[in-house]
Design a protein around this ligand. Structure first.
Ligand code: CTP
Ligand code: MG
Length: 183
C-alpha cells in the first residue's frame, strides 16, 4: 500500500515537471491576454468568428514566453534532473503547443456554435495537453519518445491529473478576478 502511494506520488511529480512549461503557458495567457485577437475579428465561412475575442496575440506571446522561462529555469536546476531533462526545442513546443491546442479548441467551439467562454467539458481541460504533445512530437520526436512514449504511465498520469489541476487553477483564477468563468 505504502509503496503504491509512493509510486503514484513519483508519477505525479514527474508528470508535473515535464508538463510545467505547458501548464504555465495556459494561465499566463489569461494574465497577459487582451488586445488584438489572433483572428483579427474576422469570421469563418459560417459567419461566426474564426477563434473569437478570447484568443489574443498578447496571450499567445505572454503565455509562450512564460512557459519558456519556466523551462529555462528548470534546465538550470541540476538537483531535479532525475525528473526529466528538457531540450530548448521541447521547452518552446510544449509552451506554444499548449496554446495552439487551446486555440484549435476555440476554432471547433465556434464551428459548433458555442459562445466565447462557453463550457466544453474535458476538451477545455485536455486541449492544451494534446497541443503540447502533438507539436513536440512533430519537432522534437526524440525528446517526446524518451520522456513520454517510453513511459506510458507518465502519459496516463498527465491525462488523469491535468483535469483536476485545471479545475483548481480556474477556480483560483475566477475568485481572484482573472477569469470570467470558473472553468
Ligand atoms: N487568452 C488570450 N489569448 C490566448 C488564450 C487566452 O488572451 N491565446 C485570455 C483571454 O482573455 C480569454 C482568457 O484568457 O478570455 C481565458 O481563456 P480561455 O478560457 O481559453 O478562453 P475563453 O474566453 O473561454 O474563450 P473560448 O470559448 O474560445 O475558449
Ligand atoms: Mg474558457
Amino acid at each position: 500500500m505504502f509503496e503504491m502511494i509512493a509510486n503514484i506520488a513519483e508519477l505525479i511529480m514527474k508528470a508535473s515537471w515535464l508538463m510545467l512549461p505547458a501548464y504555465l503557458a495556459n494561465p499566463t495567457a489569461v494574465v497577459f491576454g487582451g488586445g488584438t485577437p489572433v483572428d483579427l475579428r474576422k469570421n469563418w465561412r459560417d459567419g461566426k468568428r474564426i477563434f473569437g475575442d478570447g484568443k489574443t496575440f498578447r496571450g499567445l506571446i505572454g503565455g509562450t514566453a512564460s512557459g519558456v522561462a519556466a523551462g529555462l529555469i528548470q534546465m538550470q536546476i541540476t538537483s531535479m534532473q532525475y525528473l526529466g531533462t528538457f531540450t530548448l526545442i521541447s521547452i518552446f513546443t510544449m509552451s506554444f503547443g499548449a496554446l495552439l491546442g487551446d486555440m484549435a479548441k476555440s476554432f471547433f467551439k465556434r464551428r459548433l456554435g458555442y459562445d466565447r467562454g462557453a463550457k466544453f467539458p474535458l476538451v477545455d481541460q485536455l486541449d492544451f495537453v494534446a497541443g503540447a504533445w502533438i507539436l513536440t512530437y512533430a519537432f522534437d520526436s526524440v525528446w517526446f519518445s524518451d520522456n513520454f512514449l517510453a513511459s506510458p504511465w507518465i502519459m496516463v498520469t498527465v491525462v488523469l491529473f491535468t483535469p483536476l489541476l485545471h479545475r483548481l487553477t480556474n477556480i483560483i483564477g475566477y475568485y481572484s478576478g482573472l477569469k470570467k468563468e470558473p472553468w
